[in-house]
Design a protein around this ligand. Structure first.
Ligand code: B1M
Length: 208
């Protein structure tokens, strides 16, 4: 039977090959992609976060876990796409300037893709100009991710830059330190606490 506890342990210890095998096993047993993500991959990464915070893990361990997470996550992507519907809109998503965290952003992108969004992945460490460029290139919604309290203010800079340029493309924000209150404060039109709700928020922002 699919062992999601073993999967989260494999992520915690950065065992990418084992994690991929366990993901494949779970998929073969028809465990839903959402369950594999939440009870296996994200559960493992959350534990890594706690260990990092308690100084029991250091940056190399976190990076190895992140690599395992990314590789295992890639196996899920085609299955999410299979469940998807036809293109509902174009989303440009990036992690804001000064911030290198991309696991959450990649999950959001994966869920959006799986639910029929066309994606412009702007990457990490993205400044306001690149978000504005994406809006001018036809993005229907802009997604900003930030994991650091020190990079959250960058979100405000992006919202202001779009506004100053007269651009009406709605902005959705998210990331561990981000809240609905913060979205309201900076004038972002949407906030999503996790990748699954990011899909609902993006849909509602573009009226899909
Ligand atoms: Co960093 N890091 N990190 N880190 N790191 C955190 C964020 C931290 C909370 C750890 C801690 O101290 N407990 C802390 C931030 C503290 C703070 O600001 N209050 C921290 C720190 C301090 C740092 C450094 C400064 C450490 C240092 O160098 N001294 C440094 C900063 C580098 C930089 O960005 N400039 C740093 C570096 C790193 C690594 C490179 C080692 C690595 C990143 C690897 C990578 O991303 N490729 C890393 C990691 C992995 C983490 C933790 C352990 C895990 C983050 C993660 O991937 N979580 C993290 C601790 C934690 O969060 N518990 C930590 C799993 C992911 C699925 O969740 O990203 O929250 P998350 O995404 C969720 C939601 O937030 C939401 O949906 C996702 C899925 O449900 N979401 C959105 C995210 N973006 C969204 C966008 C949306 C909507 C929803 O709309 C567009």
């Amino acid at each position: 039977m699919a062992d999601l506890k073993a999967l989260s342990e494999a992520i915690i210890h950065g065992k990418a090959d084992e994690a991929k095998t366990l993901v494949q096993q779970a998929l073969d047993e028809r465990v839903s992609v959402e369950t594999i993500l939440s009870d296996g991959l994200i559960a493992g990464m959350n534990c890594v976060g706690q260990e990092f915070k308690a100084n029991r893990f250091y940056v190399p361990e976190v990076l190895i876990a992140a690599r395992a997470m990314n590789q295992a996550q890639a196996l899920l992507e085609p299955h999410l796409k299979e469940q998807g519907v036809k293109a509902v809109g174009k989303a440009a998503v990036g992690t804001v300037k000064g911030d290198l965290h991309d696991i959450g952003k990649n999950l959001v992108i994966m869920m959006l893709k799986g639910n029929g969004f066309e994606i412009m992945d702007l990457g990490i460490d993205v400044g306001p100009a690149k978000f504005l460029e994406a809006a001018n290139q036809g993005a229907d919604v802009i997604g900003l991710s930030a994991l650091l309290t020190t990079t959250m203010p960058q979100m405000k800079d992006v919202v202001s830059a779009l506004k100053d340029a007269g651009c009406n493309v709605p902005v959705m924000i998210g990331g561990a330190p981000v809240t609905q209150n913060y979205a309201d404060e900076i004038g972002a039109q949407g906030y999503a606490p996790d990748a699954a709700s990011a899909v609902d928020v993006a849909r509602s922002l573009i009226g899909a």
